[in-house]
Write a protein that binds this ligand. Sequence first.
Ligand code: MLT
Length: 302
Amino acid sequence: MYRYHCLNPISQVGLKEFNQEYEKTEGAAEADAILVRSADMHQMELPQQVSAVARAGAGVNNIPLEELAKKGVVVFNTPGANANGVKEMVLAGMLLASRDIVGGIEWLKSQEPADDLAKKAEKEKKKFAGCEISGKKLGIIGLGAIGVKVANAAVHLGMEVYGYDPFISVDAAWSLSRNIHHINEVSEIYRDCDYITIHVPLLESTKKMIGREEIAQMKDGVVLLNFARDLLVDEEALCKALEEGKVKKYVTDFANPVVANAPNTLVTPHLGASTEESEDNCAVMAVQQVMDYLENGNIKNS
Ligand code: MLT
């Protein structure tokens, strides 16, 4: 019998993948494998018999990779399994940054129900006018599963899309998407794009990769989107740029209190992958990897 423990609630659809040889434990003490979503494992003392950790998600910055590697614990993640959910949030973020849909809804809800409401709305609506994303330039930094999906969808929405990946060459990037302009220098994105979205993992080398210098190179009134990780963007430089209007809107999925209270931000509480489909996909992939490892010794996506 194998035992697993879930540090976060994991989709039942995923857990049903486990065969009868598997049993869920209340605590980690007796588990062979740990399933985790966003819980921070850095301070956690893992019991000795744990041989696998599976992250039902793409980012692994909540997991002490080096420490676990030294102990021989294999860590899996589920790249691509929630890419559709995150892609849809990014598209929603671009649209919300461009059209004052939230302002319009809030205004309407705040009004007394009255017969002349429609007339009043007609007068008021110019306050909520926006612009279209079609025809605008979108720069995507990071062409993993999410970046490529965002690129392809944005092209279909009429955007001109530029892609840059700090880890792969332009030649390799062509095979990922033929819909977009692949560029060698990220500075071209900063210089030319109206919308810039970041899709790279949080590593020592990517921490604060968007700071004062990078923002200074961007177009005035750029819309910046960060659905990857909070710490990729230098908070101080960003807040200054928002105050000065250099960055017109910052759309992010991370509940950073300083950023949430800065002007012109749209902040959601890490909802990118919070869809039934993404949660199920991630859990299924994580469970399959754990089973394949415990039963056959196979290692994929570690
Ligand atoms: C991920 O790393 O896959 C996303 O941030 C979503 C999540 O953590 O649930």
